[in-house]
Design a protein around this ligand. Structure first.
Ligand SMILES: Nc1ncnc2c1ncn2[C@@H]1O[C@H](COP(=O)(O)OP(=O)(O)O)[C@@H](O)[C@H]1O
Ligand SMILES: [Mg+2]
Length: 332
């Protein structure tokens, strides 16, 4: 659990665990079928500093959304702690208090924007609900200010969500999240549903918001390209664990974990004349219900040796704040 930034630490997640299911009574009810618990997070530790953008990347199903949900309290963790900068555990805050500190932005803004409300009303409601948390300027002024921050024209205030493009809708949901002046925004795949050109605009917007408001972001994506554009630090997750963490340069210039290397080799190259190296990432993600002996990545790892089947490697320092979870770091 290391942080690169000199800024004060905003959020500390320590050995977070999350199990889903495993209910024997439910199993009986389902006619004796086993409802094996699924360990979605296996001791995840991280810190986010003020104004820092931390990227979280990994294949679908590795626990990224669960991590975000446990941090904001949408899912109760099964173990570990989430602590705010004042030293208080997040669960000690009321839901309202939590929402003034951390906001979430999701992949599909359409489903979270009330289709019957105009954009102006949606933003006013968000501002009014949290009036204790924002300044005392009239609501209309505050709405205009929010639209300005996310780069939307004031003429959109009279429009309904369905009349907006996907990128505009995502800007509205970002504006709504910012209405409470949170210090941290957890953005869960915020650009995954958008076209590449719009993706780039929204990513630039996150950078602008960080510059203007000093907001920190935990930026979750399955696409390393997206994370590369925006993050100061990157956490790579595999089956509920962080397998590598470091600065953006560490992860993209000198990746050490075989999984990170595989993800990087799978990134398509923008120039079509350059032949993309084929991915070395073979096979499917193992069934998350199954217990894997030894290193979780061993079943797909091109560098696997018999010892990997018995080892549960810790995150090992590589250099500075760069760490990776692999027993073969010295050889590969
Ligand atoms: N509410 C839930 N109940 C049971 N299993 C869940 C639930 N949410 C997620 N999971 C499982 O937990 C694992 C991690 O899921 P998730 O956090 O959504 O991953 P990601 O966001 O990286 O795709 C997956 O195997 C998923 O099927
Ligand atoms: Mg997800």
């Amino acid at each position: 659990m290391v942080t690169q930034s000199q800024s004060p630490i905003l959020l500390t997640v320590d050995k977070l665990e999350k199990r889903y299911g495993g209910n024997r009574r439910l199993g009986d009810w389902l006619g004796g079928k086993s409802t094996t618990a699924l360990q979605a997070l296996k001791g995840v530790s991280l810190q986010v500093s003020q104004g820092e953008i931390v990227g979280v990347v990994g294949e679908s199903g590795c626990g990224k959304s669960t991590l975000g949900k446990c941090i904001v309290g949408l899912q109760p963790p099964s173990g570990g702690t989430v602590t705010w900068s004042d030293g208080r555990p997040m669960h000690a805050f009321s839901r309202f208090e939590r929402s003034t500190k951390i906001q979430m932005v999701f992949q599909d803004p359409y489903s979270s924007l009330n289709p019957r409300f105009t954009i102006g009303r949606l933003l006013k409601e968000a501002l009014a609900t949290h009036k204790a948390a924002h300044d005392k300027s009239p609501l209309n002024t505050a709405v205009d200010r929010l639209l300005g921050i996310v780069g939307l024209p004031q003429s959109l205030k009279q429009k309904f969500p369905h009349a907006l493009s996907g990128g505009q809708r995502q800007r509205v949901s970002i504006a709504r999240a910012l209405a409470v002046r949170p210090q941290l925004v957890i953005a869960d795949e915020p650009v995954s549903a958008l076209d590449a050109s719009v993706q780039a605009q929204i990513i630039n917007l996150f950078e602008d918001i960080r510059q203007q408001l000093g907001v920190a972001f935990l930026f979750v994506a399955h696409d390393l390209n997206v994370v590369k554009r925006v993050s100061d630090r990157v956490l790579v997750m595999y089956l509920g664990q962080i397998v590598e963490e470091g600065t953006k340069e560490d992860i993209f210039s000198t990746p050490r974990h075989p999984y990170t290397r595989a993800l990087l080799s799978a990134i398509p190259v923008a120039d079509p004349s350059i032949k993309t190296p084929s991915s070395i990432l073979e096979g499917e993600l193992p069934d998350p219900h199954e217990t894997i002996a030894g290193c979780a990545f061993s079943s797909r790892c091109p560098y696997v040796i018999p010892a990997c089947g018995q080892s549960h490697p810790d995150l090992t320092p590589v250099s500075g704040t760069h760490r990776a979870r692999c027993i073969r770091l010295a050889q590969i």
